[in-house]
Design a protein around this ligand. Structure first.
Ligand code: SF4
Ligand code: SF4
Length: 367
């Protein structure tokens, strides 16, 4: 690799659609949801998969919204397999059945990640905004295991469900997951809109950290536990997406190519479309992908910090959302002069909080 030619992305995050039967108040989709009429056609997605493999991508994550809402999902999985791409389906599971799973498995699907909103039926259905969803997910988990697919159980945690973390871990084990992901809500987009209702207290976070450590020891060698902590209580930020334009390329339902799923919130960046530009040209030459890649863009204190090639200055979208400046040090970092904004948000944490603003077209505008 030369200084001007970045290594290829490890993974493609293919957001096939923003349609979803659920309405989680922390959804990672943007506040402006794309409509079905704007979605890429099947032929373009097939070409994107061919181009991804040619570029050197190793994994494709079929995501959404609910990717099972796309009628061409089996065809896309098959093309990924033909191209030697490891495929992962990230799904709420509620529309999957045994026949659909068999088609996906025969097409070459490698792995399935099933999202859960809680361990307890009524709460899970309330958080997801979908009655009967939790029961259906447990049934689908059994179908996934019967189909012989490796299963990751993903639990998104926050103030309104953290008390049941031990039950979530037990549920993950019970349904035969080989990996359990415990992911605290990330407070961008819908999560930021609902922050006052979702932010955990420090006591909850400390109890959760201890519970994860206990479970990791108990399940060692049998189940892997991934744990994503909330930035708000951290002293240093995460390497968001492994660094801007370094590991992942995200394609929106309408074909916008992004370095992360929230990057469209940043002003002044006009991201390219896969309908008009090849993935290779986007990755190697597009100025938006180069804008925050590496360390050259960094202000102090990042520019002279010995962690600058570990966390890459944190999250650009969080810096913009909380400070109005995408080029600022992520305020999650205690070295940031703006770190105080995190403390203000933490002070909101407690009590019942406001009602959820569910993720639905137009809902954020009236929140
Ligand atoms: S987070 Fe919830 S609403 Fe968003 S895509 Fe996943 S299941 Fe659907
Ligand atoms: S100053 Fe910048 S590079 Fe250093 S830890 Fe903080 S965010 Fe990371």
């Amino acid at each position: 690799m030369t200084a001007h030619t970045p290594d290829p992305p490890l993974a493609l995050l293919a957001e096939l659609t923003h349609r979803c039967p659920l309405a989680c108040p922390y959804c990672a989709n943007p506040l402006e949801l794309e409509r079905a009429s704007a979605e890429l056609d099947p032929a373009t997605w097939l070409r994107v998969l061919d181009e991804a493999a040619a570029l050197g991508v190793l994994q494709v994550h079929f995501s959404g919204g609910e990717p099972c809402a796309r009628r061409d999902l089996v065809e896309l999985v098959a093309r990924a397999a033909q191209n030697g791409l490891y495929s992962n389906l990230i799904t709420s599971g509620v529309t999957l059945d045994a026949a659909g799973l068999a088609r996906l498995t025969e097409a070459g699907l490698d792995h399935l990640q099933l999202s859960f909103q809680d361990s307890e039926h009524a709460s899970a259905d309330r958080i997801g905004g979908y009655r009967g969803g939790h029961r259906r997910k447990i049934e689908v988990a059994a179908l996934v295991r019967a189909a012989g697919l490796p299963l990751t159980a993903n639990f998104v945690v926050h103030r309104q469900n953290l008390e049941r973390l031990p039950d979530m871990l037990a549920l993950g084990e019970q349904i035969g997951a080989s990996r359990i992901e415990i992911a605290h809500v990330q407070y961008y987009g819908w999560g930021l809109v609902n922050r006052a209702a979702l932010m955990p207290t420090r006591a909850q976070l400390e109890a959760a950290n201890a519970e994860v450590e206990r479970a990791r020891a108990a399940l060692h060698g049998r189940i892997t536990i991934d744990y994503v902590v909330p930035d708000y209580y951290a002293a240093r930020p995460k390497a968001c997406m492994g660094g801007w334009g370094r590991r992942i390329m995200n394609i929106t339902p309408s074909g916008h190519a992004l370095p992360c799923h929230a990057a469209e919130t940043l002003p002044g960046l006009h991201f390219p479309f896969v309908t008009t530009t090849s993935l290779a040209a986007i990755w190697r030459e597009d100025p938006c992908f180069a804008r925050f890649r590496g360390t050259g863009w960094m202000p102090e204190p990042c520019a002279s910090c010995d962690r600058r090639e570990i966390d890459w200055g944190g999250c650009r979208c969080q810096a913009f959302a909380l400070l109005g400046d995408a080029a600022a040090t992520d305020p999650a970092c205690a070295l940031s002069p703006d770190h105080g904004v995190m403390a203000e948000a933490v002070a909101e944490a407690g009590g019942e909080g406001p009602d959820f603003v569910y993720r639905r077209i137009g809902a954020a505008a009236i929140a």
